[in-house]
Design a protein around this ligand. Sequence first.
Ligand SMILES: Cc1cc2nc3c(=O)[nH]c(=O)nc-3n(C[C@H](O)[C@H](O)[C@H](O)COP(=O)(O)O)c2cc1C
Length: 192
Amino acid sequence: MPVNTPEPGSAGLHSVIAKRWSPREFSRRPVDPAQLRSLFEAARWSPSCFNEQPWRFVVATQERPDQFARLLSLLAEKNQAWAKDAWVIGFTAARKTFTQNGLPNRFAMHDTGAAGVSLAAEATARNLYVHLMGGFDAERARTEFAVPDDFEIGASFVVGHLKDGASSPVARSRKPLSELVFDGAWGNPAEI
Ligand SMILES: Cc1cc2nc3c(=O)[nH]c(=O)nc-3n(C[C@H](O)[C@H](O)[C@H](O)COP(=O)(O)O)c2cc1C
């Protein structure tokens, strides 16, 4: 069962982990292009099986209102309501096969998720915020942006500055480590 836990900072975690959360209040303040590029550099340097780098990102900023609107329209309405204010919007996709031999890469989405976390960590270090979303029309994303069949659509996301005076996260909860980390047998809480 999820439990209310103290803020992650209290576990002594590094600030790039402790300070990350998923806001629903963004400012329309532009993200500096060099900073934005650094986020994707961080994703680029993520680990991946056979160094396949299966991740791809389709993105737009508010600087291109037409492109931003196209991506925003893919989101579920409840996500659109707040995502519209973020400076950057996009979605991820993962190449399902290895380039070298065409065999299935069962780690493709795993590694694409890892790249997303690298991006979020770099964002947090730069006082930027990322919010990932599964609530979007992945099939329409495929058609609209001509995503090839060999790629699986991942998650949508926004990146931006937090709105001034935005409320801090409330009642964040996490499963206890005893439900997540095992030792000796499945389900047996590890003594860590
Ligand atoms: C793959 C994925 C899909 C998500 N989908 C949505 C979504 O559609 N709408 C939303 O508001 N939040 C969405 N979230 C955000 C989660 O609800 C959030 O990460 C979780 O509650 C933990 O909160 P935190 O990120 O603030 O720690 C999604 C997160 C992930 C990783």
